[in-house]
Design a protein around this ligand. Sequence first.
Ligand SMILES: Nc1ncnc2c1ncn2[C@@H]1O[C@H](COP(=O)(O)OP(=O)(O)O)[C@@H](O)[C@H]1O
Ligand SMILES: N[C@@H](CC(=O)OP(=O)(O)O)C(=O)O
Length: 369
Amino acid sequence: GDGVIAGVAVHGGTGAEGEDQLSVVMKFGGSSVSSAARMKEVAGLIQAFPEERPVVVLSAMGKTTNLLLLAGEKAVGCGVTRVSEIEEWNMLRDLHIKTVDELGLPRSVIHAKLDELEQLLKGVAMMKELTLRSTDYLVSFGECMSTRVFAAYLNQIGVKARQCDAFDIGFITTDDFGNAEILEATYPAVAKRLHGDWIRDPAIPIVTGFLGKGWKSGAVTTLGRGGSDLTATTIGKALGLREIQVWKDVDGVLTCDPNIYPNARTVPYLTFDEAAELAYFGAQVLHPQSMRPAREGDIPVRVKNSYNPKAPGTLIAKGRDMDKVVLTSIVLKSNVTMLDIVSTRMLGQFGFLAKVCQAAETFSLVRVC
Ligand SMILES: Nc1ncnc2c1ncn2[C@@H]1O[C@H](COP(=O)(O)OP(=O)(O)O)[C@@H](O)[C@H]1O
Ligand SMILES: N[C@@H](CC(=O)OP(=O)(O)O)C(=O)O
């Protein structure tokens, strides 16, 4: 209701320093914004914390990123006239149109992006090639669309919101398309832009997760699969916010992958290092790089369930009581080959391991440890 919305402090707020500053990041993953119903629930969650002034980070709706990748692959080989028949393109277009309709929004909210996307797929079909650079541009449509739809919905229900493309608000990255790294210049740039916009006209920023801008190319880059977590922690550090909330479809970080062991339990507290290690060794729940900005800025990360907001979730912070900890969580990593090298020739030699690492690089083998 109006009362709650007024409490968000974005309605005619003063924009003054102090209490009215942006306070938390709330990141919602693809599973949390997979339909109109889910978007309504997420809007409800934002309204349920009227004392917060959040920066919202969104992923693409549901499995949109996968659909875009598949549509791109198909476009390469299908010919321009058959682009309209690509199943994945039809699925994601229908999902976005249906969502806009069900939220009671005008289709114009999404039309320009969908038209542009169709043109892009036709371009790919015409060129018969899809580079890493154009793949990043292609998948960026997922986050560009989800944020436009959600920001329009918030505005419609009276919660003032502003859609922001990460590549336009200061996310500067390396030009490693598909797996770009965030550069230091991002922090002051993002802080200046989000803070400046908020002071001028307080509205909840709805930021595209996963995306950046290559510093040399100026083209759209992506931060690796699951990269929206990293977008959230980067904003948390840039603005020095109180807390980074990462809303998922599980009750927090669990003792094991629930797809492997359904009785896995929530781990209530983790350190940044523990969470980073779990993610690095394959726990799908967090992006492997995402803990770095949080640790550097010493900003706690709370992993919560958007399907079960009452569950306490997992709190990730600098330290925790390790007295009673026996085992934190177990990760299973498949397709790992163990290499046991025994050779008397390495005794007293230098450069032996360097040669082994060189061989790993030649064959593009990723070393786990
Ligand atoms: N140790 C773990 N703890 C929690 N979730 C895990 C773990 N290992 C794997 N997962 C999987 O990670 C998923 C949550 O991550 P993800 O799908 O990336 O969420 P989102 O898209 O909302 O960011 C869960 O649905 C779960 O299947
Ligand atoms: N949409 C991107 C980025 C992301 O972080 O998604 P999610 O939060 O749904 O894991 C992906 O699928 O990789």
